[in-house]
Design a binder for this molecule. Structure first.
Ligand SMILES: Cc1cc2nc3c(=O)[nH]c(=O)nc-3n(C[C@H](O)[C@H](O)[C@H](O)COP(=O)(O)OP(=O)(O)OC[C@H]3O[C@@H](n4cnc5c(N)ncnc54)[C@H](O)[C@@H]3O)c2cc1C
Length: 564
């Protein structure tokens, strides 16, 4: 099967979705392909901070300026995903007082509002903070929900006439006379192969960008910088709290929805698909948390997870375009310490850099700067395709209709006033109607997709009670002969359902989902979490015999996941 497009975007994280949205809004025929689900990579595993830029003012002023510019724009165009929490940069007695001067000067130079407030006012607003605060500055940090943001972006691409496909992996690039002319894709659910011809292929595959570029014979050196975070069971703070010192491990606490996320660590890994969470990373996060919030350890840790930063360092000999070369003041590009590598981005024109036309890579950057990266990438694509089309992404809002920033109080109110109170996930207040709608809409047989769609299973019981209920709904909707006859099955699931009209598919979906949830509990298994896991195991293993259920896989294939 073969199709054609003008712009083909590889990767459905914030960067790829931002690029595809920009392309579609400029009127290009656009197709985005993602091998997993949207936000399945680093974008769904980040810290949740919409940076004001203040974190980077001393070391990386270009990143600082870019973050502030984009922070202002995203608050305006993406209000359903951004919560205006505000941010503190708080110095403790042990933090280096000589950092304050360059911090204040850096904020001034980057145009980032940073107002000093008294420690007593900060403590009045955030009563759990360490009372021994030395100095506090207020900055315009915010929290951004990655799932809401990426879903909104995908909708916006479709609304602009583009297409965005999940579970389609790029497996090859077609080259002719030194030009990328298209790609080979594989539907990872069905194994079906298809060919796409494209005028321009834009590689937005984050930490995997080197692997994708290699398919065209280009070398792109992306250093995967793993960062681990822990989610605390309650919000603890309503303001983003950063330590006022050079960036280091465990120095930011972000309130995201009902939880507070402490992070991060930073360790270079060899493979973005293979990494583990180490005990000493959790220990560092707890120790640093204790400094910001006394008795931090006594609060419940909900789960741990990690993501991989796509840190980019170009080859000294390569020819990046001038505006994209990092040009950083502190020699970060020479460093082997990933904390000292630039957080800024590069747009690589593989024609000037590697002699391969029709191919651009977008590497590095932050979640906060995805829109700017997209704008620069499409400006380059337009120049190369000899067409003038204006970027409109900073003006057009990206909201999901009817979707508002998530708070449990608001959700409970909506459920109670709708009269439809059949709740599937009590922790996150997800209703049966929402689950059925999301399943029908996506056609996905993967319960973890519901987590990204609705936050199902993300609360304190970590899917203890909602997983079997959601699996039941999945089975009734998609995996029975009756549902097939009723035509409930979407194109995506039709193939799987046709093959597996029995309970094995449902059992597999259930066990996959539970494994995914429990692997985040394992690194933080003490106290209330250990009791929770015991309860979950009692329900699934002892009552339901889940480890003996017939599945599509051999039993020894569970558990296999090494990553978290
Ligand atoms: C621990 C941590 C904390 C962070 N915190 C923050 C923060 O608070 N604020 C902030 O602004 N930034 C933060 N970042 C940085 C930010 O998360 C990343 O820069 C950003 O999410 C990268 O987005 P991306 O789209 O480039 O990559 P990704 O989100 O990883 O997307 C790339 C996608 O490409 C897909 N892909 C790969 N290969 C193929 C293929 N062959 N075919 C099809 N698809 C493919 C992958 O499945 C993936 O979904 C953090 C990063 C980490 C690691």
């Amino acid at each position: 099967m073969g199709i054609s497009t003008e712009i083909l975007v590889i990767g459905g994280g914030a960067t790829g979705l931002g690029v595809a949205r920009d392309a579609a809004l400029r009127g290009f025929k656009t197709l985005l392909v993602e091998k997993g689900d949207f936000a399945h990579g680093t974008s769904g595993r980040y810290h949740g901070l919409l940076h004001s830029g203040a974190r980077y003012v001393v070391r990386d002023p270009r990143s600082a300026r870019e973050c502030y510019q984009e922070n202002v724009i995203l608050r305006r165009i993406l209000p359903s995903a951004v919560e205006d929490t505000g941010g503190f940069f708080a110095a403790l007695a042990e933090d280096p007082s000589e950092y304050v001067g360059p911090f204040v000067a850096g904020c001034r130079e980057a145009g980032i509002p940073a107002e000093e407030i008294s420690p007593s006012l900060a403590l009045k607003e955030e009563s759990l903070l360490n009372p021994k605060l030395a100095r506090v500055f207020r900055v315009p940090d915010a929290a951004c929900d990655s799932f809401d943001a990426t879903h909104a972006l995908a909708e916006s691409i479709r609304a602009a006439g583009g297409e965005a496909w999940v579970r389609h992996k790029l497996v090859g690039l077609r080259l002719s006379s030194g030009r990328v002319t298209g790609a080979e894709l594989e539907n990872v659910l069905t194994g079906e192969r298809l060919t796409v011809s494209a005028d321009m292929v834009i590689n937005c595959s984050g930490a995997w960008a080197g692997k994708v570029a290699a398919l065209a014979g280009c070398e792109v050196l992306v250093t995967p910088g793993k960062g681990t975070m822990i989610a605390m069971n309650s919000r603890l703070v309503n303001t983003v709290v950063n330590r006022l010192k050079p960036p280091s491990d465990g120095d930011i606490l972000v309130p995201v929805g009902t939880v507070a996320v402490m992070g991060t660590t930073e360790i270079v890994v060899q493979n973005p698909d293979q990494y583990t969470i180490e005990d000493d990373e959790i220990e560092v996060l707890l120790t640093e948390g204790e400094k910001l919030i006394p008795r931090f350890r006594e609060f419940r840790v909900l789960r741990a997870w990690a993501g991989v930063r796509p840190l980019f360092k170009d080859k000294p000999s390569s020819r990046s375009t001038p505006s994209e070369a990092s040009g950083l003041p502190l020699g970060e590009g020479d460093s082997t310490d990933s904390r000292l590598m630039s957080r800024s981005h590069s747009i690589l024109d593989h024609a000037t850099r590697d002699g391969v036309e029709g191919f651009i890579s977008v590497v590095g950057g932050k979640f906060t700067t995805f829109r700017l990266m997209a704008e620069e990438a499409l400006d380059m694509a337009c120049r190369k395709l000899s067409t003038e089309r204006k970027c409109r992404t900073a003006e057009i809002p990206i909201d999901l209709p009817g979707k508002k920033f998530y708070t449990p109080g608001k959700r409970l109110n909506e459920i109670e006033s709708s009269g439809n109170a059949e709740v599937i996930c009590e922790c996150e207040l997800v209703t049966r109607a929402q689950v059925e709608q999301a399943l029908r809409r996506s056609g996905s047989l993967i319960l973890n997709d519901l987590r990204r769609d609705l936050r199902l299973g993300m609360g304190p019981c970590q899917a203890g009670f909602c997983a079997y209920r959601a699996a039941g709904l999945l089975h009734t909707l998609f995996l029975t002969a009756e549902s097939a006859e009723k035509g409930e099955i979407s194109a995506l699931s039709a193939n799987s359902a046709a093959k597996n009209l029995d309970v094995r598919a449902t059992n597999s979906a259930l066990l996959d989902f539970l494994q995914e949830r429990w692997k985040g509990l394992r690194p933080v298994m003490w106290g209330a979490n250990l009791r929770q896991l015991e309860l979950d195991l009692n329900i699934y293993r002892d009552l339901m015999g889940a480890d003996r259920l017939p599945t599509l896989r051999e039993p020894e294939e569970y558990p296999t996941e090494k990553t978290a």
